[in-house]
Design a protein around this ligand. Structure first.
Ligand SMILES: Nc1ncnc2c1ncn2[C@@H]1O[C@H](COP(=O)(O)OP(=O)(O)O)[C@@H](O)[C@H]1O
Ligand SMILES: [Mg+2]
Length: 359
């Protein structure tokens, strides 16, 4: 298998600050990889290390099989697409596109032809003579991408390119970037703090926290089998509910600490008195007739968007429930909830790691 980019044992220090910790990451040619995590977790540092804008402290970086540690950015053949489009305001779209070719000595006619070819791919053919100020946000984004495409880079690197756009345009540009990636057969590494963006755009999602890769895999793998409580809470919206719980003396029940103690049955026996945290996603809880209740909770807030109803319990911790039909529940009433045991996630209370054995 050919990997377009390969990082092994990479660490990065800013002085004494350990910004990247033992990063191992293989990016297949043609794949779309998202780096996702909270602000400050090291996403940009990792991307900039690929580009050569930061030097790595230890470990190895290979691009198309060649060791790139210490190789200057312009010799890595990667294209960075920034959040601020960084277009030259006094140049037309065509001049913006051809600039990088012209400074490398490409003949005028040849550069013009290359700009026209790229513009045809990205839908800019009719806009080549406009100035950036005469373009919409989405069109400017396309020029920024086109300027990267024209150099036929080994990979595209994106650092939160959509965070300045309004919500509707962001959704549109997500699809546009992904479809451009597919049409070009490109390799893309995409940084975002938005897990929805990562889940919807990428083939492979890398979740980071404090310089560490917590988990990586296909989007639905992360959703279905988060390896720890952090990934479980980070992936999915609204976020997973967490309830402290203790395995009963019989080893077959789980006592949930929801203010009022409640107990659910375990499918398989577990060590008695084990301290756990139960994870249940809001969309995996169902409202059922009282006789079928696994959990009973007082209703706190009921909100409807028309298509969905969001219910928050009045318990501690608060439990969120999302259902796709309308509800007549009111605050103060009791709701009866059930769930499929396959949707129950268990985490060790101390290590916060996923517990598999008896789930
Ligand atoms: N040039 C720098 N010097 C010192 N610390 C830095 C530098 N750049 C980033 N950092 C620190 O490294 C951590 C990761 O930063 P960054 O990669 O920008 O995070 P992210 O992109 O995930 O928000 C942060 O704590 C940040 O303050
Ligand atoms: Mg960043």
């Amino acid at each position: 298998m050919t990997h377009q980019i390969e990082l092994s044992g990479v660490n990065k220090y800013y002085g004494a600050y350990h910004a990247l910790r033992d990063i191992d990451l293989k990016i297949r040619k043609g794949s779309f990889v998202a780096l996702v995590g909270p602000s400050g977790c090291g996403k940009s540092t990792l991307l900039r290390s690929l580009a050569g804008l930061e030097s790595i402290s230890t470990g190895d970086l290979l691009i198309a099989g060649e060791r790139m540690n210490g190789v200057p950015p312009r010799k890595r053949d990667l294209a960075m697409v920034f959040q601020s489009y960084a277009l030259y305001p006094h140049m037309t779209v065509e001049e913006n596109l051809t600039y990088s070719l012209r400074i490398r000595g490409v003949k005028k006619a040849e550069a013009k032809k290359a700009a026209e070819d790229v513009a045809a791919t990205t839908g800019l053919s009719n806009l080549l003579h406009r100035y950036p100020r005469e373009l919409s946000g989405g069109q400017r984004q396309r020029v920024a991408m086109s300027r990267a495409i024209i150099r036929h880079p080994k990979a595209f690197l994106f650092d939160e390119p959509l965070s300045n756009l309004d919500a509707a345009l962001r959704v549109h540009m997500r699809k546009e970037i992904r479809s451009l990636h597919d049409r070009l057969g490109a390799t893309s590494v995409y940084v975002t703090h938005d897990q929805i963006e990562a889940m919807t755009m990428a083939d492979h999602v890398v979740v980071m926290r404090q310089g560490v890769i917590e988990q990586q895999g296909a989007p639905l793998e992360l959703y279905d089998r988060p390896v720890n409580k952090f990934v479980a809470g980070f992936i999915g919206s609204p976020a997973m509910n967490f309830i402290p719980a203790t395995v009963g003396a019989d080893g077959r029940s789980l006592l949930l600490d929801l203010g009022s103690p409640q107990s659910i049955r375990l499918e398989r026996p577990a060590p008695s008195n084990l301290q756990l945290v139960v994870g249940l996603r809001p969309e995996h809880l169902r409202l059922v007739p009282e006789a079928h209740a696994q959990i009973r909770l007082p209703v706190g807030v009921v909100e409807s968007t028309g298509s969905m109803t969001y219910i928050t319990s009045a318990s501690t911790p608060e439990i969120n429930v999302v259902v796709a039909d309308r509800q007549t529940l009111r605050a103060g009433e009791t709701m009866s909830l059930s769930f499929d045991p396959a949707h129950l996630h268990l985490f060790d209370r101390d290590s916060e790691r996923r517990v598999e054995a008896f789930a």
